[in-house]
Design a binder for this molecule. Structure first.
Ligand SMILES: *[C@@H]1O[C@H](CO)[C@@H](O)[C@H](O)[C@H]1NC(C)=O
Ligand SMILES: *[C@@H]1O[C@H](CO)[C@@H](O)[C@H](O)[C@H]1NC(C)=O
Ligand SMILES: [Zn+2]
Length: 584
């Protein structure tokens, strides 16, 4: 996936420690206290109308939290002798050894993608993807014999396993074939060489081992296994593998999605699973958090143009001074408000925590019980729940807030010449419930004030510029907030099957809750194809549960746990079988 902070994705959750004894005591006290309050409330004389705004504990709060975070029973596929044996086979050393060899082999193909790649067919750096598809054909003979394999834009791979029931919408598994590059100067810092695919008894090491050749190989392994067990799907299964996810997805995912859309149309797919977030401990509970929303994205450049001249007779403020003042204003007051939209997956996570987690913070629970569903919409008032939740750690705030980062600045070329043109570029990730327009409006306002103060003309997103002006432009890669996947497990639908499958594979004590991605995946091109997108890493290793966030993604020493990888295969075979039995 696109690089996120090591604590984004599902990183969302906090208090990763089990509750201490003191917390447990506090908790007992808390619940005891609640009981007391409840009793005294019930015993107290009732007034017909309580004045508004006086928070009163209501005994149904706990039930309400549970209703906001329904956990379905584990879902196991119907009994089938061959297919059930297959689940046992996945647990054998024979399969483990073969799986290690297959994943290691895939890591050894150096399929890096670069930001400056030229056209497919012209830039020779794309050629390595021929090697990778050739490798996959050799490693998965049944898949390549039995499924329809189509190549889109030379290297995009679309596999179709046709189901017998045309009335069922296909389910799609995604992954990407490319990896971020390894900067040559860092090769020496790797414990094992980055394209060795070395296996040390527990992990496979190398670039792409956990982002995301593990998922690519696990998906193909799951299908190969199901074919070998004579599974005949009723529901069509698709696999689509892009090859430039790490540099925008325009050659791979964008073209693949257009191709799939041509065939199946709007809402033509039942569900999509792509790379994303996975396991996380929080508040003393074990969570699985598929990404069900992605923040939006926009980069905005601000240019200040002012007359040049000799440095010996300068104005009070050069263009660099003016731009600096503007940047200071942009960064003032946290930039954007901290607000938790009802649709924000983090709101569901809080309800899950309040419903089931022993270590869930008291104060948050209280704020959560008093929240009216529309309270975040009152823009004049601070969102107290969001502000309190943001205190948990430095990363949680940006699950509920549009972020801004002043990342690039250029201007000034000579020490005795006044700078005529300086430019800064600011990166933004848009909060759920907002649009990129929020950013354009705010910057237009702030730049307008600055233009007025220094007698400059403002050109905000109008494509024009002139001397003595402030110019705002938006780079091309604007992305609105992704549509939020429905996640009510009390109704039959993909989330219920997803959560039921996960609880079947990982244990009934886990909580499956929606998560939020602060970065983007290839699914950004697939929104029209289904409302149900899960960005998920099923590769959970109980012995190394945080593996997903300490595994060198995008840096040196990338690695993946083999036990986690095997768990992915188990999850994927169960998922495909469960979706095959689903009626929607
Ligand atoms: C798996 O690989 C290990 C190490 O190469 C080997 O010792 C073991 O015999 C293999 N097991 C099977 C069942 O092939
Ligand atoms: C503002 O700029 C305009 C044109 O660039 C100029 O004519 C005018 O005198 C300036 N006003 C001040 C107060 O500097
Ligand atoms: Zn990835």
């Amino acid at each position: 996936m696109e690089k996120q902070s090591p604590f984004s994705g599902s990183t969302l959750l906090v208090n990763a420690q089990p509750p201490t004894r003191r917390q447990s005591r506090a908790r007992r006290f808390f619940f005891g206290g609640l009981a007391l309050i409840t009793i005294s409330y019930l015993a107290a004389p009732h007034f017909d109308a309580l004045p508004e705004n006086i928070p009163v504990w209501q005994p149904d709060h706990q039930e309400r939290f549970k209703a906001g975070c329904v956990q379905p029973d584990p879902i196991f596929p119907s009994k089938d002798e061959d297919l059930d044996k297959l689940q046992d086979f996945i647990a054998t050393e024979t399969f483990r050894n073969a799986s290690i060899a297959r994943l290691s082999g895939a890591v050894q193909v150096k399929s890096e993608s670069f930001d400056d790649l030229g056209a497919v067919g012209e830039d020779p750096r794309w050629e390595v993807f021929y090697d990778l598809s050739h490798y996959l054909a050799g490693a998965f003979p049944l898949v390549h014999e039995k499924l329809l394999v189509e190549k889109v834009n030379s290297h995009g791979l679309l596999y179709t396993w046709k189901g017998s029931d045309e009335s069922l919408k296909p389910s799609l598994l995604m992954a990407h074939q490319d990896t971020v590059p390894v900067p040559p100067e860092t090769i020496g810092a790797w414990k094992y060489p980055p394209w060795s695919g070395a296996y040390d008894g527990k992990y496979i090491w190398g670039r792409g081992s956990s982002d995301c050749k593990n998922l690519l190989i696990a998906e193909l392994e799951a299908i190969e296994l199901l074919l070998s067990a004579n599974f005949h799907p009723k529901r069509t299964v698709l696999l689509s593998f892009g090859f430039d996810e790490e540099c925008s997805g325009k050659q791979g995912a964008q073209k693949l999605s257009a191709f799939i859309h041509e065939r199946y149309g709007d809402d033509g797919l039942a569900v999509i699973v792509d790379e994303g977030s996975g396991y996380q401990e929080a508040w003393g509970s074990r969570f699985f958090l598929p990404g069900t929303a992605e923040k939006g994205y926009t980069d905005i450049s601000i240019t200040v143009r002012m007359p040049g001249g000799h440095s010996s007779v300068p104005p009070a403020h050069t263009s660099i001074g003016v731009l600096s003042e503007l940047i200071t204003n942009i960064e003032a007051n946290q930039g954007y408000p901290t607000r938790l939209d009802d649709e924000n997956p983090y709101y569901s996570q809080l309800q899950c925590g309040a419903a089931y987690s022993p270590g869930f913070p008291k104060k948050l629970k209280k704020l959560l019980s008093h929240r009216k569903s529309s309270s975040h919409k009152c823009k004049a008032k601070p969102d107290y729940l969001a502000l309190e939740a943001a205190k948990q750690n430095q990363y949680t705030r940006y699950l509920m807030q549009t972020s801004q980062a002043v990342d690039v600045i250029t201007g000034g070329i000579k020490i005795n010449a006044l700078p005529e043109r300086v430019t800064v570029t600011v990166n933004h990730r848009i909060n759920i419930g907002e649009t990129t327009q929020v950013v354009r409006d705010r910057l237009t306002d702030l730049a307008g004030k600055m233009a007025h103060k220094y007698n400059l003309t403002l050109h905000a997103f109008d494509g024009k510029e002139e001397p003595s002006s402030i110019i705002l432009t938006e780079t091309k890669d604007v992305l609105e907030v992704a549509p939020v996947t429905p996640t009510d497990a009390s109704v039959d639908g993909p989330f219920k099957v997803f959560a039921g499958t996960t609880r079947a594979v990982q244990g009934e004590d886990v909580i499956v809750a929606p998560g939020i991605m602060t970065g983007n995946t290839d699914t950004r091109y697939y929104w029209a194809l289904t409302k149900h997108i899960f960005r998920f890493d099923p590769g959970y290793d109980p012995e190394d549960p945080t593996g997903g966030f300490d595994n060198g993604i995008h840096t040196v020493n990338e690695r993946v746990s083999v036990a986690g990888h095997i768990n992915s295969v188990k999850w994927l075979t169960t998922w495909v079988r469960n979706m095959d039995e689903a009626k929607f």
